[in-house]
Design a protein. Structure first.
Length: 255
């Protein structure tokens, strides 16, 4: 997992609990969806509950994936810190969000990313079958498919989420924002190599990034763009096939 500045999961958990308590008092209808937070002792337990609730159809599957998530979070606390950083990133980058509770409860991109963190932990600990089962369940229930062998940093925001595909071996840096219907995948003619997405990149709705290529830090990929070659840091790529713009502003010469 890529390194990034993390947020204290303990401090964040206290803030989430306060928001949940206030939300339930303000609107008792929310008790059905938010009360589980008050039953948990820490963020990892709440995340395990959310993962089980979001990606499972049966009680048996829900119990299995909750146990697996708790096992992963206990064995590797950095996964919970990464989840905390992801949540703060949503609040910072989404102007419609003013608190921690709404994205925690309602943003399927967030819970899909945390389910991936568990499946990636399984993959790294030689449990590929269960890892792929989690990927399949998340894809089925959330319409977001992230291969457990992918590498993803922290502070990542899957906005809207529906239709996102991050394929095997893909690498996504810290502070990346990915909108709906984005595909990051290997080319069928060269399955050994997958795209590398740098820090702070924006992948707009419907963008496709295919093959052995690199998108530099803080680059922007326009809606519906098809990227099949490198995009330098700070540049914008738009169109089908994608062409570079704004590179002069980023200090990058281009034809």
């Amino acid at each position: 997992m890529m390194a990034s500045a993390t947020v204290s999961s303990d401090d964040l958990w206290l803030a989430i609990r306060r928001e949940a308590e206030a939300a339930i008092v303000a609107d008792p209808f929310l008790e059905a969806s938010a009360a589980f937070i008050l039953d948990q002792g820490e963020l990892g337990g709440a995340l395990a509950f959310l993962i089980g609730r979001a990606i499972c159809r049966t009680d048996a599957d829900r119990a299995q994936f909750m146990r697996t998530a708790r096992e992963a979070f206990a064995a590797e606390p950095a996964l919970v810190d990464a989840a905390a950083t992801d949540l703060v990133a949503i609040v910072r980058r989404d102007p419609a969000i003013t608190g921690l509770l709404p994205p925690l409860l309602n943003f399927k991109g967030y819970v899909a990313l945390q389910a991936w963190r568990v499946s990636n932990w399984l993959w790294r600990h030689d449990r590929p079958d269960l890892a792929l089962l989690m990927q399949s369940a998340a894809a089925d229930q959330l319409q977001i498919s992230i291969h457990p062998s992918a590498q993803i940093g922290t502070g990542v925001f899957l906005d809207h989420g529906t239709g996102i595909i991050i394929g095997a071996l893909a690498s996504v840096g810290d502070e990346v924002t990915i909108l709906q219907n984005v595909t990051i995948a290997r080319h069928q003619d060269d399955p050994r190599h997958a795209p590398t997405i740098g820090r702070g990149v924006l992948l707009s709705a419907g963008a496709t990034v295919i093959g052995k290529l690199s998108i530099g830090d803080f680059a922007k990929i326009g809606a519906g763009a098809l990227v099949t070659s490198d995009v330098p840091a700070g540049c914008t790529a738009v169109g089908v096939p994608a062409r570079l713009t704004n590179c002069a502003e980023a200090g990058v010469p281009h034809a």
